[in-house]
Structures are given as C-alpha cells and as structure tokens.
Design a protein around this ligand. Sequence first.
Ligand code: ASP
Length: 333
Amino acid sequence: MKRRNFIQNTALGSLGVVAGTKAIAGTHEQAKSSSAESQLDKPYKLPLVIATWNVPNATEAAYEVLKNGGSSLDAVEQGCRVEEANAEGQSVGIGGLPDRDGNVTLDACIMNPQGDYGAVVYLQNIKHPISVARKVMEETPHVLMAGSGAEKFAVSQGFPRENLLTEASEKAWKQWLVEAQYKPIINIENHDTIGMLTIDKNGDIAGGCTTSGLAYKMAGRVGDSPIIGSGLFIDNEIGGATATGLGEEVLKTVGSFLIVELMRQGRSPQQACEEAIGRIVSKNKNYKDFQVGYIAVNKKGEVGYYSIHEGFSATCYAEGKNENFPSDFFNKS
Ligand code: ASP
C-alpha cells in the first residue's frame, strides 16, 4: 500500500475529507496482540535510525551522519531534509499538496537529547521546515513559531523563499477542486509525514517530524506533527516516539508522549505503540475510517511500530543494514 493511501477520511467530514471505508474490525483487545517481526525481538546495536514509511534515502543520510561520529540531532535534521527536498513527495516540503485554497503550508518539529524542542507551524515558501524548527530551538527564546512570523524568521536566518507548489501538486489540487467539491478522496499519493528517531553511538536520542499535513485541509489547519508530545516526543532517559496519520486523533490522545511514558513504565517500544493505538481505537468508534501509525525506540536500541490499518511501514538503518519493515496493525478483518 502506498503511504498516503492509509489515511481514510470520513472522520474528517467537517473538513470535507472523505472516506474509503473498510469493514469495521477488531476490538480493543486485538490491539494487544503482538507483532512477531524478528527485529522487534532484540535490540539493535547503536547507532540506529528509524523512520516512518519506506524512506531509505532519508535513513541513509541520517545514518551517514551517525556513522561518521555526528550527533543524533544533526542526523535527524539531515534525514528529514532528504524528504523535504524531494519534490515528488506530495506530503512533505516542496511538492506538498496544498490546502483547500492552494497554499502549501508546512509543519515540523525537532527535539534534541537535552529535551529541547523547536517547531514551526503553517510555514509557507520555505523548503526545509525541519531546519527552521531547529533554528527556533537554538536561536530564539521560543519553542514554536507560526505563519508569517516563522517565515520572516526563516528568511532572517538565511533560508531562501521558494515556490513550493509544484506543477504536479497544483494539477492535483485543481482536479480536486473540480471533481471533489470539498469532498475529496485525499491521501492517494505515495508520500506521507516523515517522523524520524536517531540514536548515536553514545545512546543519545533525537527526533524530528515534518509534513505538509492533510492534503486540501482547511486553511489554517495544523496537525499533530509539529506539536510536542503528539507528533513527536523524546526523553533521553527512556526513548522516543513519533506519529503519522490522522493528526487530529494523535493530538487528542497525545500519542507520542503516551508511548514514551508507557516505556517509562516498562513497556517495550512495540507494546507501547500497540497500547497507544489501542487508546485511539477504544475512544473512537469511527477508527475504521482513519489511520494512525506510530514508531518508537528505547534507550537499549529496541524498536516498535504499529498502526490501526494495514499499509504502514518503518525503515530502520542499523548494524549496516537499511531495511523497510511492514508494520503489524490492529484492524485484522
Ligand atoms: N499527521 C499529519 C497531519 O495530521 C498527516 C500525515 O501524517 O500524513 O498533519
């Protein structure tokens, strides 16, 4: 399944996004079933990179930094930048699908092992929101900047203004305007939010999350991806987690923070991801209509990934191998 196929949309009726419904399946109990992937059974040797989706170029760029003794923060920034610069990808950086009004608006955040956080929301005309988020973290007394203020700040930091609406994305948007009349079947492109977690050889953890958000969203909509605790959370004593999928549901359950706190209580990354998905499912009878996927890592180098529906995957680069693994999922029918 392609990456964007996996967010189903009826739950977003108020946003004018539409469903491809699947038969309802499963109970909360099913979320407890464990994924049997062998790489989930044992810790990786550090350093380690894990990212949402099949993004080998991004994980490779991050791993390169770690292999050469670079920091987990530099690694995660470099990894995320690969997808942001990929104009073919229609949900991150340049080429991201626009909102209903045709504006490409980007959200991103980054965390370092010290627990510092920086983020941008509703950023326009700047290709690398992950790097602007890092600048917010390192060069300002703030943690979160939005819209035109964030854009002005980025320009003051030397980021060039660029048109991010590619021909392909403009065409898709125009087609959506004509045919879907604000009831689009969205997320049928093959790209999605990049969430990435990196651990350097000393065991220090960083994370990043970058997205253009839901295609054809209402102007001004911000999802989970740039919000600390929802789209991303790192606690260097414990581990980290990041999310992809329907941001509204991740926000409502503060998913990434939940996963890190569950790991603090002794859950493995896999158990924690499954429990966080179970939390969403148990609180939302419409879970059949949307998708959420999580990845997580702990201090020992154990990883986890889980989603509501089939189709999610994670890319891990560790021990010299760059591999994409399909994720286990809740809805088995
Ligand atoms: N989580 C992102 C958002 O809601 C979308 C995605 O992962 O595709 O903005």
